[in-house]
Design a protein around this ligand. Sequence first.
Ligand code: UTP
Length: 288
Amino acid sequence: MKVRKAVILAAGMGTRMLPASKVISKEMLPVVDTPAIQVVVEEAVASGIEEVIIVTSPGKTLVLDQFEKAMELEHHLEARGKGDILSMLRKSNHPVKITPAEQAEPLGLGHAVLQSRAAVGAEPFAVMLPDDIFDCPRACLRQLLDAAESNDAPVVALLKVARSEISKYGIVDAKAAGERLFELRGMVEKPAPEKAPSDFAIMGRYVLTPEIFDLLAQGKPGAGGEIQLTDALMALAQRRRIFGYEFEGIRYDLGDRVGFISAQVGFGLKRPELAERLRAYLRSVICS
Ligand code: UTP
């Protein structure tokens, strides 16, 4: 299979990050100095994706504006000879073909994916949740795409989580099938740790086949009145083999306060121009 399109879901309410997400959406919150939505689009581009479909809620166009040319700002920087800032800014000008889609009401991840159906068409595609941000030796989505392409099958990203974290995630029942690769036999949404089939949680990157759209359309609203992606994935697993891939790298949950702060520190320390001052500051607070 060849995957050309990725769908980024950005139509949620972001209630866990209020009040930061009251006026701007959660996907616009920065990782050091780059909005999460841009970090995720850059991951898609680094993974070889040719078209990104961004699902937003009505009127929530800031996430789309991030990829438009900022004329006035560019003129201002040009006039002042600030070429380095200008070239950094220009990286966000249409980095890839971007197609908007709309979810009228936040009825869950499955429902949000369904809103991309017309834009995706009848080809395999990726789904990316912008509150999961990765620091990987090779783009996280690229790792999944390699696994999907070589097995000609849908693949979800897996991460081993601590027992205390299990009830926050979709947990898989999985059988080892190769290097970092697992065949999925089932999955449970947010189980109690003693009922969980494993300690592998599904993270926000998926490679799916278009059959998922019919399964989502047939799906009945589950927990919280939402159409769950996990339910459609389970139905898909009844029809064909689907895999989980334990990606190599670190994941940050930007939708959680500690995850958000950790991402600033983790990505800040990777920036040569920031690392020394940041390290000195961290040492001073930890040792005080
Ligand atoms: P989350 O469940 O983390 O996002 O969904 P949320 O609902 O916005 O956040 P909280 O829990 O209230 O804080 C992961 C991603 O899926 C999108 C969100 O925008 C987020 O990027 N999403 C979620 C949708 O696009 N539509 C939905 O109906 C739900």
